[in-house]
Write a protein that binds this ligand. Structure first.
Ligand code: UDP
Length: 418
């Protein structure tokens, strides 16, 4: 169970993981928690705080606990109506953790899988673990993406490390021939060219804001992310305008993210997207013509996956300029496509990329100049792009494909059943 069926890495993982479980004979259902906006406002704060971000709203107090527990209690009732005592239950992320005590009291075996966190000893993160402590003792096991994300006081034998993974056969990651990439990008209007009939669906599910189309063969820098402050799409825009475009007036930036209204558990999306659009509108026309803003409707998951795949395959350099990052599946996806990656050395990203080996890392995510320099360096050096991209693909194949994660889940189930 998690809190959204679309948008973000957890939904992406679960689509594939649930399918794989069932293919292997583990009868698995995916439940999605529903809640009111006040609940998601609290859980979004938990998310940012666990990433170590300051919380402008203030402390987490009794009012937040009441909001959190009211939804947890009513959702637990719903779950209990749909399971048997023999079922194993895996709750994902802080939105669902509050259900754990209710489910355990009813006799279910429960694990909690947390996809976010920080290894920094940030005060907001510590306070948030205190807020979550009453629910944390219920799950038999707690799974984290990165060793070091667990609260420092949690018993080691309850902690499981489960690095996320991607499915190389999924629409988002399957190999796309150049003609298909061209046809998909033409279908959404990003670049000129003829489109084939089957791409109507993709066109309907995508909205592109641009002054002019992407010229064929132009170098492309891409970031695909939710419109979340921690993904720093505005910082990517500024990096490109101030530090990439002056050196490479032929380069183009594509910022792609979901249609904000399609992610109910992400209440900030519309505001962040709006501010990126506003900034784009105020840019001088030359550089504005080099920047393309893509919105993908998540209502059509397959169309979204095709477009993300085409954008990632088309990109020359993939950026992930996150201020914090649980794991960063967008990085994994770009690795699999053998892309040259420039990313912040935060959260799970350095567990995937070693600086200078599988990509270039920037230790201070706020350093726009460093990011810009790294992008320009890669745009100028095809050999370096090839070397880093090939190494990234090899590492992804060795460590971050779906079979590894599935084996991790199987071990977890064995532990739950003991
Ligand atoms: N994604 C997508 N469409 C978008 C933006 C993101 O399909 O418009 C996908 C992206 O391809 C990746 C996931 O959402 O699979 C994001 O996962 P990640 O771990 O990078 O970040 P999260 O959103 O979970 O913080």
């Amino acid at each position: 169970m998690n809190s959204t069926a679309t948008g973000g890495g957890v939904a992406e993982l679960l689509h594939r993981s649930v399918r794989l479980h069932n293919l292997h004979g583990l009868r698995t259902r995916w439940l999605v928690l529903t809640g009111e906006p006040d609940f998601f406002a609290v859980t979004k704060r938990l998310h940012h705080r666990l990433h170590g971000s300051p919380d402008p709203v203030g402390e987490l107090g009794p009012a937040e606990r009441k909001t959190y527990e009211t939804t947890a209690w009513s959702q637990a009732e719903q779950v209990l109506g749909r399971v048997t005592p023999d079922d194993l239950c895996v709750l994902h992320d802080p939105q669902t953790l509050g259900l754990a005590p209710y489910l355990v009291d009813a006799g279910l075996r429960v694990a909690w899988r947390c996809h976010i966190g920080t290894t920094m000893q940030a005060e907001t993160a510590q306070d948030t673990w205190q807020f979550l402590e009453p629910y944390l003792s219920a799950p038999l096991r707690c799974g984290f993406s990165v060793d070091g994300y667990a609260p420092p006081w949690m018993e080691r034998d309850r902690i499981v490390i489960l690095p996320p993974s991607i499915d190389p056969t999924a629409p988002k990651n399957r190999r796309l021939p150049a003609t298909e990439v061209q046809s998909l990008l033409s279908a959404i209007g990003l670049q000129a060219g003829s489109t084939s009939g089957g791409d109507d669906r993709v066109a309907r599910a995508t909205h592109v804001l641009q002054d002019r189309q992407l010229p064929a063969g132009a170098p492309v820098v891409l970031q695909v992310s939710r419109w979340d402050p921690l993904k720093d799409m505005t910082g990517v825009l500024r990096t490109f305008v101030d530090h990439v475009a002056p050196a490479r007036p032929d380069a183009h930036l594509v910022l792609a993210g979901p249609e904000p209204a399609d992610i109910p558990d992400d209440p900030e999306g519309a505001a962040i997207h709006g501010s990126v659009v506003d900034t784009w509108r105020t840019l001088p026309s030359q550089v504005r013509g080099q920047i393309h803003l893509v919105n993908l409707s998540l209502k059509d998951a397959e169309a979204n996956a095709h477009v993300v795949n085409a954008l990632q395959t088309r990109a020359d350099v993939v950026l992930q300029k996150s201020l914090q990052e649980g794991f960063g599946l967008t990085v994994t996806e770009a690795m699999w496509k053998a892309k040259a990656i420039v990313a912040s050395a935060v959260g799970g990203i350095p567990t995937q990329i070693r600086d200078g080996r599988e990509g270039l890392l920037v230790s201070n995510p706020g350093d726009l100049e460093r990011f810009g320099d790294a992008v320009v360096r890669l745009l100028l050096d095809a050999n370096l792009r090839h070397r880093l991209g090939t190494a990234a693909q090899d590492r992804c194949a060795e460590e971050f494909l779906v079979g590894h994660e599935f084996r991790g889940y199987c071990s977890l189930y064995v532990e739950l059943l003991q």
